[in-house]
Design a protein around this ligand. Structure first.
Ligand code: 2IT
Length: 444
């Protein structure tokens, strides 16, 4: 039995050399739940934590496809089936050149606790490929998706593993993946979420991650007697998640002054609202992965190669990718009067940034803040099982209740009287249910 947190981490690092993002994600969770774990000999005896950091199954495969010039391309495909204690493996697929086993293991690990927080019956999984849709034609993306699914289809199913989108995988990719699955299996089932509305998708799924994150941030403000209305907010990214968050912030009377891409960030002091929000969809559809064209359309300033955290705001919402806020960024945010950071990307802050922010302002981690996305995926699964479609209001009402419950769970497990440790609250809250289910299932 591991007696000490450092020994546990050292052992993990020895068994998974080089997987630094995975180690970072595990360390954060273990740091929060260790005290709880030590007080529960039942968990220790069953080696719950030791089992939790080992994925139930890792699938890696070759994805060959032919580009428009007739040249053969090879990518690597993955599906990490991390934990099925609470339901079928559930989590997105990421198509991006930065994808590695370590990144997908960190995401699958986080997903297990996030899905637990939603209260819906979903286990944790994640997958994807080092394929980058940037600059690819529609035909190339389709052929890649078909080749990817030609291997993946044998490992997934509506009661086994239900993938969805993530970075680089949106409605178009889910369509091609679904089409190939249906063809290979001769089955029309809810095997993927994020589907089109005409073929089994759920209303609000595209908006859900961003909407849910803003509902969560609104609860954070309400807890300290404030409101999103009138607040100045910085957002990073310009994809689906940023778009959903910006839409909801405008609805609630906040003002978003930044977006960003791999090329730099845009500062628009007038606020990103109205047509400017619709334009984000155009930018995304162009497949170029740059935000600079925004200033040619609407004005504002573009800062090449920089991140938006140097702009003074009340609330920061990282909506792009992991480790996009480092210690320096965190210090500048706090120095400029930022009151709150609602992490909307998965592990958006480095470990050092999390430590610093936690000591100065309200910081809530991605697995709580962004859980609205997978929550509405869970609602899509329910609708598919019942073979009905709920109206928009019904899905949105359920999303609101789920986000409110997640906030309450964080407060329940993370409150120390006056302030709330959202990291501890989310990690312990997510952990307890998974641990109890694993105990009930025996040594499997
Ligand atoms: O990180 C995430 O929670 C997602 N990419 C969504 C996963 C899902 O199954 O909807």
């Amino acid at each position: 039995m591991k007696t000490d947190i450092n020994e546990f981490i050292a052992d993990l690092e020895k068994r998974t050399p080089g997987e630094k993002e995975f180690h970072q994600a595990v360390e954060e969770v273990i740091g929060s739940v260790w005290e709880f774990y030590e007080k529960n000999p039942r968990y220790q005896k069953a080696k719950i934590l030791e089992r939790m950091v080992e994925p139930e199954r890792v699938i890696m495969f070759r994805v060959p496809w032919v580009d428009d010039r007739g040249e053969v391309q090879i990518n690597r495909g993955y599906r990490i089936e991390f934990n099925s204690a609470l339901g079928p493996y559930k989590g997105g697929l990421r198509f991006h050149s930065s994808v590695t086993l370590s990144i997908l293991k960190f995401l699958g690990f986080e997903q297990t606790f996030k899905n637990s927080l939603t209260t819906l019956p979903m286990g944790g999984g994640k997958g994807g490929s080092d394929f980058s849709p940037k600059g690819k034609t529609d035909g190339e993306i389709m052929r890649f998706c078909q080749s990817f699914m030609t291997e993946l289809y044998r490992h997934i199913g509506p009661n086994t593993d239900v993938p969805a989108g993530d970075i680089g995988v949106g409605g178009r990719e889910i369509g091609y993946l679904f089409g190939q699955y249906k063809r290979l299996k001769n089955e029309f089932t809810g095997v993927l979420t994020g589907k089109g509305l005409a073929w089994g998708g759920s209303l609000i799924r595209p908006e859900a991650t961003g909407f849910g994150a803003v509902y969560f941030a609104q609860h954070m403000f309400h807890r300290i007697g404030e409101d999103i209305e009138g607040k100045i907010i910085s957002v990073s990214g310009f994809g689906n998640v940023a778009w959903g968050a910006i839409t909801k912030i405008n609805e609630l009377g906040g003002k978003v002054v930044t977006i960003s891409g791999p090329d730099g960030y845009v500062y628009d002091p007038e606020g990103i609202s109205g047509d400017k929000v619709d334009y984000l969809l155009e930018l995304r559809a162009s497949n170029n992965d740059i935000v600079e064209p925004y200033v040619n359309e609407f004005g504002g300033q573009f800062f090449a190669g920089r991140r938006p955290w140097e702009v003074p705001v009340d609330l920061a919402m990282p909506c792009a990718t992991e480790n996009e806020v480092d210690l320096e960024d965190a210090k500048i945010l706090v120095k400029n009067g930022c009151k709150m950071l609602a992490e909307t990307s998965n592990m958006g802050c480095t470990a050092e940034a999390v430590d610093f922010l936690g000591g100065h302002i309200d910081y809530a981690p991605g697995k709580a803040v962004n859980a609205g996305g997978v929550a509405v995926s869970g609602l899509e699964m329910s609708q598919n099982s019942m073979r009905i479609n709920w109206p928009r209001e019904e899905v949105d009402a359920r999303l609101k209740v789920i986000m409110s419950n997640i906030h309450e769970t964080c407060v329940h497990y993370g409150s120390n009287g006056k302030s709330v440790d959202y990291v501890k609250g989310a990690n312990v809250g997510g952990f307890v249910k998974v641990a109890e289910a694993m105990l009930a299932h025996g040594i499997v």
